[in-house]
Design a binder for this molecule. Structure first.
Ligand SMILES: Nc1nc2c(c(=O)[nH]1)N[C@H]1C(S)=C(S)[C@@H](COP(=O)(O)O)O[C@H]1N2
Ligand SMILES: [Mo]
Length: 427
């Protein structure tokens, strides 16, 4: 077994499969995951704040940018993770997979366990994340909870992996430190040992080599194809760089306007949709095509037992404010738009809400997670937060939330509730 794996490792050896490359790809992958983790936590807490949390509403593009980075870095994890797996592939075939406890088996177990967890969790994480940006919810569990939970699994197992590998990482962090011709990867040490053993054994049993089992095994190993030189170090780095650059160039346009013209594969394209703005859920999908155009529609604003009903004419008859604010979807696409409507703070004042009050907004859309939304006072009081009735100079298209929708600075798209029916103080 030991020799079999030795032969296998030798046959898949390649100049790019070395610890320096493992360190370099690992560094990039670790950075991408940390960026995803940070931006992901921000997005998570915006949607599910802990009681004490308040958020900044400036700069206006903050969420747009953090979420654009989240999705882009997540997409980059695909080539980085595959590249890293390519580099360390021979190490999968170490024998024994875990040394005996006395010889450091506990560390092996920790290392191998954390790697298995890390690779498994991150493959699932980036795959469901990518599918989510295409709105493919083809799994039987809640995307957000699983994506969130796996993030901790990934960061935890990554921390263990880095801790175990710290000596290697430190040794190969800087370029100059890799002596030419040094044995490769963790399995390299074992390879060198086996090589020496074989030489000794061959010398000792030379006359019998033709008949003995060991002799034949050695002969067979000696005929191992030479390590593949086809993928040079430079070739590997170039392939990885081109793959990464192409992915960003062809999908980044959904999040970053400069790349828009190259946006070939991302699920959203700027400017496509009614009133030049993409739609996430249509009125038909939300089953509001009748309730939204009902002439008897009113917006109810409530504070305890105090409540008023505003008709569409009441709402459009109030002082109107214009703001430019982006829709910044959690799925990564974002687009700037011009909105016009009534300031949320003025509506809150109609029912005597104080500047410390949070509001709950309810949509005509029922039976949906997006049908109800909570808004902290930092948004209620912001002069840019509107109950919008117009988009890009026209009354809202029904797919954009006619008769009225919420638009607030710095919030994820999911919280920009469309087809509003009720606003009520919750605290
Ligand atoms: N009631 C309701 N409001 C909603 C949604 C929804 O499904 N139902 N989708 C949200 C999401 S995920 C986004 S990104 C924005 C998109 O707004 P748009 O369709 O006007 O571009 O609306 C938000 N408001
Ligand atoms: Mo969204």
């Amino acid at each position: 077994m030991r020799f079999l794996l030795y032969r296998l490792r030798r046959s898949i050896g390649s100049p790019s499969r070395n610890p320096r490359m493992a360190t370099v790809t690992g560094r990039l992958l670790g950075l991408a995951f940390l960026i995803c983790f940070g931006t992901g936590l921000y997005s998570h807490f915006l949607q599910e704040p802990l009681a004490w949390m308040t958020f900044t509403t400036r700069p206006l593009w903050l969420y747009q940018v953090t979420q654009g980075i989240h999705i882009t870095a997540g997409i980059l994890c695909f080539p980085l993770l595959l590249g890293k797996l390519y580099v360390v592939f021979p190490d999968l075939f170490q024998y024994p997979p875990v040394r005996s406890l006395k010889k450091g088996g506990a560390v092996d177990l920790l290392e191998r366990g954390s790697i298995a967890l890390f690779v498994g969790a991150s493959l699932v994480e980036i795959t469901i994340g990518l599918l989510n940006t295409f709105q493919l919810y083809i799994w039987p569990f809640g995307f957000r909870q699983v994506h969130y939970a796996l993030a901790y699994v990934i960061i935890g197992s990554l921390a263990i992996h880095i801790a175990v590998k710290l000596p290697v990482i430190r040794r190969y962090w800087f370029k100059g430190r890799m002596p030419e011709g040094e044995p490769v990867l963790a399995s390299g040490r074992e390879d060198a040992e086996i090589g020496r053993e074989m030489a000794d054994a061959r010398a000792a049993s030379a006359p019998f080599a033709a008949r003995g089992i060991t002799g034949r095994v050695f002969d067979w190993i000696d005929t191992t194809p030479a390590p593949d030189k086809a993928v040079s170090r430079r070739g590997f780095v170039a392939t990885l760089a081109v793959a990464a650059a192409a992915l960003v160039a062809f999908t980044g346009g959904q999040s970053f306007r400069v790349l828009d013209r190259l946006n070939a594969f991302a699920p959203r394209k700027a400017g496509i949709g009614p009133q030049s703005l993409p739609i996430n859920r249509t009125a038909a999908a939300a089953k509001v095509t009748e309730t939204a155009v009902d002439p008897g529609w009113t917006l109810t604003i409530a504070n305890g037992d105090r409540s008023i009903d505003l008709s569409y004419a009441d709402l459009t008859g109030m002082p109107q404010t214009s703001v430019d604010l982006p829709i910044a979807c959690v799925e990564g696409w974002s687009q700037m738009a011009s909105w016009r409507g009534v300031r949320m703070s003025e509506l809150a004042a109609l029912v005597g809400a104080t500047s410390a009050d949070a509001f709950k907004a309810t949509s005509l859309e029922t039976n949906s997670r997006y049908g109800v939304m909570t808004m902290g006072p930092e948004y209620v009081n912001d002069p840019l937060t509107l109950v919008a009735v117009q988009l890009n100079g026209e009354p809202l298209d029904i797919d954009h939330g006619y008769p009225a929708r919420m638009i607030a600075p710095g919030r994820p798209g999911v919280l920009q509730t469309k087809w509003l029916s009720r606003l009520e103080v919750t605290s």
